[in-house]
Write a protein that binds this ligand. Structure first.
Ligand SMILES: O=c1ccn([C@@H]2O[C@H](COP(=O)(O)O)[C@@H](O)[C@H]2O)c(=O)[nH]1
Length: 248
């Protein structure tokens, strides 16, 4: 596989798919990485895999030339979240995230911590984004939590706070991408899970959108797990998704 140098990072420019490596062992994650190329996708390491395999696995994926989104969704007091984000930035990950509902002070502390880390090996500065409302949450779930108003209103509210705190973008559903582009503008990353190709099962997601429609709505990056990793031929599933969004 490709070595970890500047040239490897340039191949990612047009790559919009972030594959969620939600495997229950590091061997399967590494085997998946060996079937695909950094020009086709970036890789997302989430809570299960990181708890199992930690920074060593992240490093192995980076050594294979992949940019890694460390999806640990930190949510704690400002000092704790800032310290965790600093460690993530020192690992050289492409992107890390926190929960916007932790508040502006927490987001600002995290931002300062990430900014204090000098990027290494020709990489770009680690991007810091904030989760608004999880894509598994329905309007009914949202009301049950005691919120009044719609999910869309809350996503816009949290995205505005995230923008004011100086972060690079948010995690939201692609259903909210259009309104966020109208209210916040183009210079803000919209990272959207809950992506389902036409006809694919919803699983536990509720606010789903197809890959093509998500980009039309204004998504910057598509987070896709099971439709690729659980496919009979994951490499082909990724290729087909990339084909379906070509030119967007
Ligand atoms: O709001 C959110 C935030 C994060 N996720 C993560 O994205 C992937 C989605 O996987 P699928 O298999 O495509 O449903 C998963 O790792 C989640 O932890 C999210 O779904 N929604």
């Amino acid at each position: 596989m490709a070595e970890n140098n500047q040239a490897d990072y340039e191949v990612h420019t047009n790559c919009r798919v972030l594959v969620a490596l939600d495997f229950n062992n590091p061997q399967d994650a590494l085997a998946f990485a060996d079937q695909v190329s950094p020009s086709q996708c970036r890789l997302k390491v989430g809570k299960e895999l990181f708890t199992l395999a930690g920074p060593q696995l992240v490093d192995q994926l980076q050594q294979k030339g992949f940019e890694v989104f460390l999806d640990l969704k930190f949510h704690d007091i400002p000092n704790t979240v800032a310290a965790a984000c600093k460690v993530a930035a020192e690992m050289g990950v492409w992107m890390v995230n926190i929960h916007a509902s932790g508040g502006v002070k927490m987001m600002q502390a995290a931002k300062e911590a990430v900014a204090s880390v000098a990027p290494k090996n020709g990489r770009a500065k680690t991007k810091l984004i904030a989760v608004t409302v999880l894509t598994s949450t329905s309007e009914q779930d949202f009301a049950q939590l005691g919120f009044s108003g719609s999910i869309e209103q809350q996503v816009v509210n949290l995205a505005k706070l995230t923008y004011q705190a100086g972060l690079d973008g948010v995690v939201c559903s692609a259903r909210e991408a259009e309104v966020l582009r109208r209210t916040i503008g183009e210079d803000f990353l919209l990272v959207t899970p809950g992506i389902r190709p036409e006809g694919y099962a919803k699983d536990d997601q509720t606010r789903i959108v197809t890959p093509r429609q998500a980009l039309i709505n204004g998504s910057s990056y598509l987070v896709i797990g099971r439709p690729i990793t659980k496919a009979e031929n994951p490499q082909l599933a990724l290729q087909q998704i990339n084909q379906s969004i070509k030119g967007l």
